[in-house]
Design a binder for this molecule. Sequence first.
Ligand code: CS2
Length: 496
Amino acid sequence: MVERVIRLNRITAPQTHLILKTPPEPGMVHIGLGNFHRAHLAVYTAEAVARTGGAWGIYAYSMRSDRNARELQEQDFCYSVVDIHPDSTKTVIPGIHSGASGGPEALEKVFTHLIDERTRIISLTITESGYCYSTQTGGLDRTRPEIIHDINNLHQPYSVIGLLAYALMARAQSHRAPVTILSCDNLTSNGATTKRVLCEFAQELVAGDANLLLEYLQERTSFPNSMVDRIVPSTEERHRILVSERLGIHDEIPVPAEKFSMWVLEDNFIAGRPAWESSGAIFSEEVEKFETMKLRLLNGSHSLLAYVGALSGKPSVPEARFTPYIEEAVRKFMKREMAPTLQMPKVIDLDEYIADLFSRWSNTVLSDTTARIGSDGSIKLPPRITESSLWHSERNQATPLTALILAAWLACMAPPVGFDPGSIARAMKDPALEYLTQLRSQSQSPAEIVERLFADGKIFSRELNRLTELKNQTSTFLEQIIHSGIEATTQAAISF
Ligand code: CS2
């Protein structure tokens, strides 16, 4: 820690604050060492420990590669979280990580931490796709190659679900100490979904193992639901420059983030927890309402901004949001297609929430990118639009702006042959890209792409295949995007 102290003593900038000089004894293992974790859970936990103490140091692990862990280690586990906001220069250095590793070579290391009796919380930011859940059933996707692999090779897991099952099984076989699994990703009922996926994974194991693991899961674990919210873009060179100007030190891995941050959780921690309420987290019985509100209004609109924005040549969220026809589409989408389908939490007013969202999206310095949000749409879109579409269909109501999102997404990710969606769309990544590419090349027309997509049920639940009007509108809009352009199509969806 000598390095850490020397390095940090050099910081003289005002409003900069090293939350913890030395990390506390470890009590949590976190999987998924990306920017969101570093600007959200890490900050809440560091602040809670600084105020109220507790052995809640975080050992972090990245499943795919050791890059993030190495970078963190090279800086003695210190990095800055920089508020990117017109009137804030606040920068915090959480200092909460006590160790980190990554990649398959480090499996044994993380395994030791996962089964350690002192580990009382295992938290996750592994993106929607990391849960290997099926958008059809809401449970385990047994067709995922990594799941098929892990069921037969549990000691060498490829997926986080396999890794968790392996570690929890070892806990079940030894000390049986309780542990909470805390999902911090944007899934509907993220805690309950994680538990269901793990239980269904356990059922696939040989009988003795399955029973042992299921019993441990039922008796010695808890899975609180939570809603997480902070817009955290990827780190760019300009953020390194900003930090070196603000702090006078070079930070290779600063995390840019909006000033706004929110975390709402169920208080269901079987083995204790940090006093997160002291750092601003909200413990509420209305978590589900918060989650639905955020998923449909913020994340759903984000998808609209991303795909319609990308096709309109807008690389950033503020540029998309300030394009009049896109702004109008987002407002109508929220008011007509999303708001009626949800119950707002008691303490939040719908109009104020919408106004706040527009103000967060207006942050031109943060400049979150449409390519970041548009990535992984095959996994992100189902929880954002399925329930609301079914809700409207039961009432015989059309959802043209939802259809516009689907059409714009297809135009970006499965562009009909001969249509070029542009460079922003081409920069979007997706785990289902192979399937989407096949879909477009095997289809003779935009209508066929849409028909096959819903009939296949690989991405959206088959329930949506019944929604004839949604499908028809999606193909009409996809056709129109190709022939008349995105602006005219958006106007058509707005005035439908
Ligand atoms: C975004 C989210 O990636 C996405 O699709 O909608 O990352 C969003 O920025 C966060 O959920 C905000 O809390």
